[in-house]
Design a protein around this ligand. Structure first.
Ligand code: UGA
Length: 434
């Protein structure tokens, strides 16, 4: 099948490459000329494990194309995926201007029947709005389908090639048939495709992300309580997760959730609720708890240094909002850096993958180290903000040699509790005894 993807961010690029891998001819459209030129020359604009190989393979097989010309791509495709940003507006609601803007262009440019597939995370009722905008521009028949994306950054290729489920919201039999055909390689291998109406499909995405944000936040509160009563969250987590109604995943406490999705989607669902005079109390609590959780270790650092962080050298391991990505949007590292700098600390950070993105935002307000051990030179304390695998089993002897004092604040519970202690370190993690 010939498919157009509008928007080549994480979701658009991964979806486009996956659909090409499944044998379709895919035309990826973006307004960013430099990015499109780069992709034509084989440059993958994001860091995502295993994407590069699949990207090159499909360009070589002439199934994956890039253009800034929407008309050219539309003329070749029956199906058009929208994978556009829906950033939070000032009031927290999702800003639909990109989605509706492209919908209006499609209405102006289309010359025959199209299925418009919404992959962007959008509030309930957006399929209706997209339909209205296109109908106001053309008399040609079309269908709008909701097909939310559930991939995780860092596992995007794995998730999109082997999704837990495909959700399709559509009230048109013709569109359903076309979507079934596109996802046949999945259904053939037993991956379910769940059909529903457009609104339920749109809400499924927000409900899934919000539920996971609540699950993490619940565990963070249990972790904070563990510290008060002398329990160990690792044990509690294992005990709880073994009940398969609860499950082991997304029960890892830490310094809060971040990224481009959970914070934005929780806010957007709260806001959508308010518009219907509905209070998502559990989500409001989740958001508030998460804001505090992100910087929960700063008060511990202050306590350790008896309220004076002036001139204290803090090494930070990890800047990305989670491991295996260069994405720093809503990363807890940034909140902590901001607060520690305000309190007079000096910061030297290490994250080879995400460093450039942080430099672009805060520049030389902090120093950057080339290796994880370089960051520790003369440090008064180490703060771990991202769970990169390379931090899991460090050389504690070398760390002790480099650091001024053997002190670790671990926001991601990277080590078994006893290991840093056996190596003579003061070790403060989340939900476990110090
Ligand atoms: C999330 C969802 O997991 C995807 O299903 C969804 O498609 C995506 O948002 C989206 O809406 O596009 P992602 O933002 O890539 O994916 O990141 P996650 O792996 O879900 O992690 C989110 C945050 O939760 C990270 O800050 C992570 O450190 C934190 N987290 C995760 C925890 O603190 N504890 C956990 O146990 C798991």
């Amino acid at each position: 099948m010939n498919i157009t993807i509008v928007g080549t961010g994480y979701v658009g690029l991964v979806t486009g490459t996956t659909l090409a891998e499944l044998g379709n001819s895919v035309y990826c459209v973006d307004i960013d000329e430099k990015k499109v030129e780069g992709m034509k020359n084989g440059v993958v604009p994001i860091y995502e494990p295993n994407l590069e190989e699949m990207f090159h393979r499909n360009i070589q097989s002439q199934r994956l194309f890039f253009t800034t010309n929407l008309k050219e791509a539309l003329d070749k495709s029956e199906v058009v995926y929208l994978a556009l940003p829906t950033p939070p507006g000032e009031d927290g609601s999702a800003d639909l201007s990109y989605v509706l803007g492209v919908a209006s262009d499609i209405g102006d440019l289309m010359t025959e029947y199209k299925v418009i597939v919404n992959k962007s995370t959008v509030p309930v009722g957006t399929a209706e709005k997209v339909t209205e905008v296109i109908s106001s521009r053309t008399d040609i028949a079309f269908d709008v389908v909701s097909n939310p994306e559930f991939l995780r950054e860092g596992f995007a290729v794995e998730d999109s090639m082997n999704p837990a489920r495909v959700v399709v919201g559509s009230s048109s039999e013709k569109a359903k048939e076309i979507m079934s055909k596109i996802y046949q390689p999945f259904t053939n291998t037993g991956i379910p495709i769940i059909f529903m109406d457009e609104k339920s499909s749109e809400l499924t995405k927000y409900a899934s992300n919000s539920f996971l944000a609540v699950k993490i936040t619940f565990m963070n509160e249990i972790a904070n309580y563990c510290e008060k009563v002398g329990a160990d969250v690792d044990k509690v987590r294992l005990g709880m997760g073994s009940d398969d109604r609860i499950g082991h995943r997304f029960l890892f406490p830490g310094i809060g959730y971040g990224g481009s999705c959970f914070p934005k989607d929780v806010k957007a669902l709260i806001k959508s609720g308010k518009q219907e005079d509905f209070n998502f109390q559990i989500l409001e609590a989740t958001e508030n708890v998460n804001v505090a959780q992100k910087v929960i270790l700063v008060s511990e650092i202050e306590k350790y240094f008896e309220g004076n962080l002036k001139g204290k050298k803090i090494a930070i391991w990890g800047l990305a909002f989670k491991a295996n990505t260069d994405d720093i949007r809503e990363a807890s590292s940034l909140d902590n850096i901001d607060l520690l700098l305000k309190k007079g600390a000096e910061i030297i950070a290490y994250d080879l993958v995400a460093e450039n993105n942080v430099r672009n935002i805060i520049g030389d307000q902090i120093q950057y180290a080339k290796t994880m051990y370089d960051a520790l030179e003369g440090a008064d304390a180490l703060f771990i903000a991202t769970e990169w695998p390379e931090f899991k089993n460090p050389n504690f002897e070398l760390m002790a040699k480099k650091m001024k004092s053997k002190v670790i604040f671990d926001g991601r519970n990277m080590f078994p509790l006893e290991v840093p202690k056996q190596n003579g370190f003061y070790y403060k993690s989340i939900g476990r005894q110090t």
